[in-house]
Design a binder for this molecule. Structure first.
Ligand code: F0G
Length: 456
């Protein structure tokens, strides 16, 4: 087999700034050892997120010029609506400015004190939008998904037995919705199988509970189904996507991921009454239902992006280039969540730095060191992000201590990826010298964005 190449050529380039190690040490200290606080200009390779960081195609940029900016009934909206319908098959397509805006709308309507929502794993904004209403968000991931070192094809699956037990425990009338996050971002970018979607659907149907997809990375999930699930080897990815959505009653979407754009999202659904409520709330919070917090040009770019993201050359390159990074650092002994996920590689900080306990934030130590060593920006997904305190103020650590290397779509080439691998491996080889961190400032919610640290 020949080398898998980037399925595009580059028409417009964006220079990146080189800094010295000494400069980076100062920059990091000034940022309170929190890479969210670093100016992007001081980052050489930015793996903070795959969200809103995609490179758009020439056709998408052409769409930007074609955008119809009419307040109501813009041509661009109908294009967007048709493109989303083609994939989701849903009756009502409501544009939002990003994923969390769709979450805010649906959960304010369905949530409230005494309500429960269950998922394979909720993403942090989704969980926050649920908890903000007074409801509870419960993760029911399959057991294998909780073990970074164990390999399985669909580690993002929901534990269907646990779901049924949970419904019996809290009562079906208290669970307005089950959400499947595809792929499972917080659990390592791991896919959910079609069989699992069907099984979850059957349970939801039995108890009259809505099933939604948190669809941010639906195309990557579909490609994993094609690669790994029996019976899908020959099925076009678009059809796999359509089947995934066919079992759901709706979706929330951050177009900043698998629609290959820099801003946008949607809420899709089929229930007339619920759609009416959502649209009314949309008008108050986002905008008129044919633009929903976006410009007409953004809707054009999303419509085009949805065509491009199901292209199988693109998806082959996408999934294989993430895997390439994972395999390369694994070969040098770096512990990661196996197998590599779709949009990111997750370093297992517990095994990388076994001497640093969770309350000294081993993930944060790796994040800081990757920046110092090579100007690579990553993010901790562990006890900084998900840690809580007990009554005595003692840290209740997160389930896993991870560092995410999220790969922006169509942005970096193979030599960038080789460089990233070198930085990770060098950091790994120096791990005995690394120290933990202490939090010296934190906000009451979503603390990881603004926390300040001190090296121990
Ligand atoms: N759901 C999932 C699974 C996500 O990964 C994200 C965003 C959202 C919802 C919210 O979408 O940002 O458009 O409001 N994830 C980004 C990340 C921020 O870095 O993983 P949004």
């Amino acid at each position: 087999m020949k080398t898998i190449i980037e399925p595009f050529k580059i028409k417009s380039v964006e220079p990146i700034k080189f800094t010295t190690k000494e400069e980076r040490k100062k920059i990091l200290a000034k940022a309170g050892y929190n890479p969210f606080m670093i100016h992007a200009d001081d980052v050489l390779i930015d793996l903070l997120t795959d969200s809103g960081t995609s490179a758009m195609s020439s056709d998408q940029w052409a769409g930007i010029m074609r955008g119809d900016e009419s307040y109501a009934g813009a041509k661009s909206f109908y294009k967007f609506e048709a493109a989303v319908k083609k994939i989701t098959g849903d009756k009502f397509i409501i544009p939002t400015h990003q994923g969390r805006a769709a979450e805010k709308i649906i959960f304010s309507i369905l949530g409230g004190t005494g309500k429960y929502f269950a998922s394979n794993t909720f993403f942090d904004t989704t969980r926050a939008n649920i908890e903000f209403t007074g409801a509870e968000a419960v993760d029911l991931l399959v057991e294998v998904g909780k073990h970074p070192e164990k390999r399985a094809p669909f580690k993002g699956n929901m534990d269907v037995k646990a779901l049924e037990a949970f419904i019996k425990k809290v009562g079906k009338e208290n669970i307005p919705m089950v959400v499947l996050t595809v792929t499972n971002n917080s659990g390592g970018g791991q896919p959910v199988s079609m069989q699992n979607i069907r099984d979850v659907k059957n349970v939801c149907k039995k108890y009259g509970i809505l099933l939604f997809l948190d669809a941010c990375r639906f195309a990557e999930n579909a490609y994993f189904i094609k690669l790994r699930e029996k019976g899908f080897e020959k099925k076009p990815v678009l059809e796999i996507c359509q089947e995934m959505f066919s079992y759901a009653d709706g979706s929330t979407m951050s177009a900043k991921k698998d629609a290959l754009v820099n801003i946008g999202g949607w809420l899709s659904l089929n229930d007339d009454e619920l759609a009416l409520k959502c649209r009314n709330l949309l008008i108050v919070t986002e905008g008129f239902p044919t633009y929903g917090g976006l410009a007409g040009r953004d809707l054009e770019a999303i419509a085009q992006g949805l065509e491009e993201v199901v292209d199988e050359h693109y998806l082959e390159y996408r999934i294989r280039s993430t895997e390439y990074l994972g395999k390369k650092i694994m070969a040098a002994g770096v512990p990661i969540i196996e197998p590599p996920g779709g949009h990111a590689i997750y370093i297992d900080a517990k095994r990388f730095l076994p001497g640093i306990p969770p309350n000294e934030y081993p993930g944060q130590a790796i994040v800081c060191e990757l920046y110092i060593q090579g100007g690579v920006r990553t993010v901790e997904i562990g006890s900084v992000m998900f840690g809580k305190y007990d009554r005595d103020g003692k840290l209740i650590p997160a389930m896993m201590e991870l560092v995410r290397l999220a790969i922006p779509r169509r942005v970096y080439t193979q030599s960038h990826v080789d460089y990233i691998a070198e930085v990770v491996i060098e950091t790994f080889n120096n791990r005995k010298k690394m120290k933990g961190y202490k939090i010296i400032y934190e906000a009451p919610m979503l603390r990881h964005f603004t926390a300040k640290f001190k090296p121990l």
